[in-house]
Design a protein around this ligand. Structure first.
Ligand SMILES: Cc1cc2nc3c(=O)[nH]c(=O)nc-3n(C[C@H](O)[C@H](O)[C@H](O)COP(=O)(O)O)c2cc1C
Length: 196
């Protein structure tokens, strides 16, 4: 009996550590966090991470901050030109790669492969822009910038470390995610807990 309880406990703990699985995400904590001015003051790039994983609730908050729906049915935490919403956020982790389905606030599995190019952080976000939806690259870059800044501010508020990286193997990542020619990954953002 004791052994059974211990095994169940281990499975439960492992389950909560394995944050990145497909399906609905917990609702984001929309009234949490430090005051905005304090988050702005504390936002920074951090390039070293501890081994601590990111739990599902925190991942849900990160993704909602990045590009979640916050009003009027399908409008987002970030503004987009003509409300074209032409960017997508992918989550890369040891458990595979996932698309953030913002309208359903859920993860859709793309592949079992670990596509993180820097494996020191538990997750990397990859920001994609779709040219079919908005034929203006500068606007796409602005949209992605809004998203990684939202995540940077959330990270400051939640005590997470993050680094935006423009330097990555774009072809390999786009291939790994099976993206069509009209979709490009503009930038990545590694997130985890800071190294002690
Ligand atoms: C679009 C963009 C691309 C970046 N690319 C990289 C990168 O490839 N590697 C890296 O270590 N940092 C990268 N950074 C992080 C910057 O070096 C960092 O933001 C800058 O030094 C200022 O530091 P701060 O974010 O702490 O204010 C990038 C930042 C942005 C906004």
């Amino acid at each position: 009996m004791k052994k059974l309880l211990l095994t169940s406990l281990i499975i439960m703990c492992a389950g909560s550590a394995l944050a990145q699985t497909a399906g609905p995400l917990p609702e984001a904590h929309k009234t949490n966090g430090m005051p905005l001015m304090q988050a702005l003051n504390e936002r920074k790039t951090t390039r070293s991470f501890s081994d601590q994983t990111i739990d599902e609730a925190t991942l849900a908050d990160i993704l909602w901050a990045a590009a979640g729906v916050n009003k009027d049915g399908n409008k987002r935490t970030i503004p987009t030109a003509l409300n074209r919403q032409n960017i997508s956020v992918y989550v890369l982790s040891a458990n595979g790669a996932f698309l953030y389905d913002a309208p359903n606030h859920a993860l859709v599995k793309i592949t079992d492969a670990d596509l993180r190019q820097n494996k020191d952080a538990p997750i990397t976000l990859a920001y994609a822009a779709d040219k079919r939806l908005l034929d203006k690259d500068t606007y796409s870059a602005m949209h992605v910038g809004s998203a990684y800044q939202n995540v940077g501010l959330y990270a400051a508020s939640a005590g997470l470390a993050n680094v935006v990286r423009g330097s990555f193997d774009q072809d390999a990542l786009e291939k790994g995610l099976n993206l069509s020619d009209s979709v490009n990954i503009l930038v990545t953002q590694a997130i985890g807990y800071p190294a002690n």
